[in-house]
Design a protein around this ligand. Sequence first.
Ligand code: V47
Ligand code: SF4
Length: 364
Amino acid sequence: MFKDKNLERVQEKVNAGERLFREEGLKLFSASDILALGKIADGIKKRRHGNKVTYVVNRQINPTNICVLSCKFCDYATKKNRPNAYAMTLEEILNHCSPDLKEVHIVGGLYHEWPFKFYLDIVRAIHEKFPAIQIKAYTAVEIDFFARMEKCSIEKILTRLKEAGLVCLPGGGAEVFSERVRKALFPFKIGAPRWLEIHKTAHQLGIRSNSTLLYGHIETHEERVDHMLKLRELQDETKGFLSFIPLAYQAGKGKVVSHSVSSLEDLKTIAIARILLDNFDHIKSYWVTMGEETASMALHFGADDLDGTIGKEKIMHAADATSPLGMAKERLEQLILSANGIPLERDALYNIQPNSEFLSAASR
Ligand code: V47
Ligand code: SF4
């Protein structure tokens, strides 16, 4: 029983397996009983996953920070003639890979001097040298950039990437599906219709993908809810999304807002995602943006995955994220255990690895 009658009704709907409408989602953001909200989300997560919490031994590779765009919120991208600009060689990229990895996550700038062939070669070279690593590469923004460079369809780009060894798409580039926010912060970047079209096409080609929401800047709670509902709608149609990852905005140099949102806001957003996205299996608690402690707490608020070891993350750290640059597998397991979870290692497609130390505990 909750004191908040609205949450009580939400719990009843959830128990009856009923879906929440937009207005009900909005009301969740004004709920003051955050623990009750967490309890509802945790119940949903437990029904789907029990105490299992997954993580992946992965490496994020950001091949270049040179980008033709200059999104206002981004502290990572730069221009070619600036002192901080870099563009990795194929050899440098391969040196970031090792056989212990289950996933490589590639995301970076839109570099006009690299032909699509080079972006393709990155995938092919990693796949040939490390066939056991699953490659999660290029956001919808990059896919759109390749299609425009090559003057061809997104089907063709995705098919060629798949043939080269791509396994799934990361969820970035979605930001917030709001024209108001797009015009203010990233007017030259693709908007919701194109992002959704690219993910839908990927799903139709058998390429699974992730999804994200960049929150904690100028967006409203309504825009967060509308964003989640657009993802829910596409998921109904394709069932191609693997996970949803709320990315807490790192305020960095303060170009957009002076500071990042509170942990409470992080936990609320995770919980509401779990409640609204009733057709998503996985809600990711991304420790890079939330920090270790909040990310671990989020496992009580509906999240069932902590992402990964990551290696040297550059995008959020360019915006002064205070989390470590990377994390050892043992530390991830500790964080999960401290939240009463059973840590299970997965691959990019969320298959549990048979060597997982805690597998027997999970099957009990
Ligand atoms: O699209 C940029 C975001 C995204 C900042 O699929 C920022 O598993 C916070 O795609 N503060 C790229 N966020 C990262 C990405 C991703 C990350 C983790 C997991 C997965 C996955 C995908 O990073 C961009 C943008 O939304 N971003 N700057 C910032 N200052
Ligand atoms: Fe370029 Fe992406 Fe940064 Fe925008 S967010 S400037 S597309 S790297």
